[in-house]
Write a protein that binds this ligand. Structure first.
Ligand SMILES: [Zn+2]
Length: 153
């Protein structure tokens, strides 16, 4: 179990680095996207290479919330361009992951506590870059059970 955990952390770090390069900056919502995608894949026993994988992501379609999109794209391989990622406008932050070949799906929402904490700390504030990166690292190291709520199985 310890080694599995270790592997997950290493890959989160790698994915975050990729996501930052793709997205242009590192912030907590990008980190949420990465973690959300990883968690959804894990729940479906998927690795992101499946052609049958689909993600439907509900978010407010404006910065900083939309930063989640790039994190999800990097961690799942489901993108707007390959039509495997669909975006919905919503106050809720939630993603439905589906494997069309097995018919399995899972819906994962961001914990209201984490969402509230980030809104309070970030939205409308003009935080220095280093503070924003620090929040991203906090999100990256939180446990899945503190970050997410699974809606169904
Ligand atoms: Zn961003």
């Amino acid at each position: 179990l310890a080694s599995t955990r270790q592997k997950t952390q290493i890959s989160t770090k790698t994915l975050l680095r990729k996501a930052e390069g793709f997205h242009g900056h590192l912030g907590p919502f990008l980190a949420i996207g990465v973690r959300l995608g990883q968690f959804g894949l894990k729940k479906l026993n998927a690795n992101g290479l499946e052609r049958s994988l689909r993600v439907s992501l509900s978010i407010l379609q404006k910065v900083p919330y939309s930063c989640i999109v790039d994190g999800v794209q990097i961690s799942t391989g489901c993108t707007v361009g390959n039509q495997k990622l669909q975006l919905k406008n919503s106050e809720q932050i939630e993603a439905c992951f589906e494997d069309l070949s097995s018919g399995r799906n899972v819906t994962v929402a961001l914990s209201p506590m984490v969402y509230g904490m980030l809104k309070e700390q970030i939205v409308g504030k003009n935080l220095p870059d280093e503070e924003i990166r620090k929040l991203a690292r906090t999100i990256a190291s939180m446990s899945e059970k503190d970050l997410f709520v699974v809606r169904n199985r």
